[in-house]
Design a binder for this molecule. Structure first.
Ligand SMILES: [Fe+2]
Length: 257
């Protein structure tokens, strides 16, 4: 099983949530941790440092991708000419992969300085990921991690303006190469949608869009508690919410909508 964290936003982190996540990792048979972007609040050196220290303290393999908060906002020179310098200093390559006993996981960098909030997937990324998915071990559950969701419901105020450019084209391709799910953050709320049904992709299996809330930050969406997801090899998803009285994350089950 995977622990899916997102939107840690170091710089606005809650120590109680961090302690509860460490405890959760000690008490559950996790294969790895995935973080779907927004590691920091303002892409500052110390925020990346603190995030790295926290992830290392979990004592599990982990995969991270950048979010729109992980490139500088106010330092215009850095933002234009070297937006990922600090990210790469701490986390290396922006599109790493991770293979565990049950999962094959690919990170996709959807962050562009021109599409800061919305994000973008390039044709080169679509082809490269497609090849990797087709060459992946057949017995493993294939997942992709990217910061922005590929779907938001019609009544959501974010709408498609927060879904990456070319995301739909990517889905058409990847869903036929064995992709079972996409892990996202960005909206700071938990949800699961079957994109195979919603977009009529024609795949022989569900392709889940799995949204995670903010696991550690004070930047809560509409008063929702801090949260994270646990994902099983059969793509069952569990949402856990932080209980401030118990100081631990508590399970709330939810099925695909
Ligand atoms: Fe965020």
């Amino acid at each position: 099983m995977i622990l899916h964290l997102s939107d840690l936003h170091f710089g606005t982190e809650k120590l109680a949530c961090m302690a509860a996540i460490r405890l959760f990792c000690q008490q559950h048979p996790l294969e790895c941790v995935v973080v779907s972007g927004d590691l920091t609040q303002r892409a500052r050196y110390m925020q990346f440092y603190d995030c790295k220290q926290f992830l290392e303290s979990l004592n599990l393999p982990y995969l991270v991708v950048p979010g729109n908060h992980d490139i500088p906002l106010y330092q215009v020179w850095n933002r234009v000419f070297s937006p990922f310098t600090r990210y790469k200093l701490f986390f290396g390559h922006m599109e790493s992969s991770l293979e565990t006993e049950h999962f094959y996981i690919l990170g996709v960098n959807s962050i562009r300085r021109h599409y800061h909030t919305r994000g973008h997937i390039s044709l080169e990324q679509i082809q490269k990921i497609d090849q990797q998915l087709m060459c992946a071990p057949a017995d493993k559950t294939k997942l992709i991690v990217a910061h922005q969701p590929f779907y938001t419901p019609p009544n959501d105020p974010h709408g498609v303006k927060d879904c990456p450019m070319l995301g739909r084209i990517a889905l058409e391709s990847w869903s036929h190469s064995g992709l079972r799910g996409l892990l996202h953050g960005h909206l700071h709320q938990s949800a699961v949608y079957d994109l195979n049904q919603i977009y009529h992709l024609g795949a022989q299996h569900p392709v889940l869009d799995i949204h995670a809330g903010t696991a550690t930050s004070y930047r809560l969406h509409r008063g929702l508690p801090n949260s994270f997801n646990v994902i099983y090899p059969n793509t069952d998803v569990e949402h856990y919410y932080f209980n401030s009285q118990l100081k631990e994350f508590v399970l709330k089950e939810e099925i695909a909508q």
